[in-house]
Design a protein around this ligand. Structure first.
Ligand code: GUN
Length: 303
């Protein structure tokens, strides 16, 4: 008889963690209502009919209301002009019942994404994409922090405690995930490397990391041979791939079954980082409301 002594990685339950965050958001919403007579409000703007975006927007609106907040949905025609969209954003900037504004990306090709995002009042930019929030995060000033990296940071702190001195590799250099993730890890005193499609010897670079965050959008790219034994692996990828039988499944950027034999802990896809993104959006809306009205902000809901 043989005994298999190999231990598998702990699977980080992002779904359960996100449910706890939403519970904390609901508590804070109740406190704000009681102390200040206010209801935090989130406006979500969707231009066009992209099916995936429609699902995201519906989920965001439902969870906003479930936490006791005010949800305003603005669904605009795919032919909406830049001027019309900017006019709506100006109106939401000036609306005292709205504390957070999110413009769902991607926008149709005729709209200038950077111009639109930078028209949002920075203090209402709950996505943390405004150039002012990106700059504030990079320079160590109080910012609105992008939701997906914030969710990853919460999972990492929960598992590892103090991140100080750990080596971290972020795979991917997007403005939405890779760059802000690297900034957050740096702020927590990690030694941070950003790897990307042009990185030489990427396998060797990643294999030095205690913390790996994969956000590249390439299905199952990260293999067990890339991973230092015991490392914590956070998979941000959401890739739809075809499987035999004409069906499709969602997989991450990490080859889960392979990597789980080597890593100390790993997030699954689905059920890992995904649910954390909306939970952090709700948390950011509470934070924005507290800042707008000079109320105490819940420290556990921000970076
Ligand atoms: N599209 C996909 N993810 C996101 C996100 O986090 N925020 C926005 N605004 N659009 C997205």
């Amino acid at each position: 008889m043989t005994t298999d002594t190999k231990t598998r990685a702990e699977v980080i339950d992002g779904k359960a963690f996100a449910a706890r965050i939403r519970g904390r958001v609901a508590e804070e919403v109740a406190r704000i209502r009681e102390e200040a007579g206010l209801v935090p409000g989130l406006a979500v703007v969707l231009v066009g009919e992209d099916p995936a975006s429609q699902i995201y927007v519906r989920n965001k609106a439902r969870q906003t209301v479930e936490c006791g907040m005010h949800s305003a949905e603005h669904r605009l025609e795919p032919t909406t002009t830049q001027a019309e969209l900017l006019e709506l954003i100006e109106r939401l900037n000036a609306d005292p019942t709205i504390h957070g504004i999110l413009v769902q990306l991607p926008l149709p090709g005729h709209l200038d994404e950077a111009l639109v995002i930078n028209a949002i009042a920075p203090e209402k930019d709950v996505d943390g994409f405004h150039i002012s929030n990106a700059g504030r995060l990079a320079t160590g000033q109080r910012a609105m922090v992008p939701c997906t990296p914030l969710g990853c940071l919460m999972l990492l702190r929960d598992r590892l405690g103090d991140l100080s001195g750990r080596s971290a590799v972020v795979i991917g250099r997007s403005n939405i995930v890779g760059k802000p993730m690297a900034q957050l890890l740096l702020r927590d005193s990690c030694t941070v490397t950003i790897a990307h499609s042009r990185t030489a010897n990427i396998e060797e670079v990643v294999s030095r990391a205690d913390i790996v965050v994969a956000a590249v959008g390439r299905p199952a790219m990260v293999k067990a041979s890339w991973i230092k034994p015991g490392a914590t692996v956070i998979d941000v990828g959401i890739n739809r791939v075809e499987v035999p039988g004409g069906k499709s499944v969602v997989v991450g950027d990490v080859d889960f079954d392979d990597v789980a034999d080597v890593a100390g802990a790993i997030t699954p896809v689905p059920g890992g980082v995904g649910p954390m993104t909306i939970a952090c959006l709700l948390a950011n809306t509470v934070t924005a409301c507290c800042r707008a009205h000079g109320l105490a902000e819940p420290r556990d809901l921000t970076a």
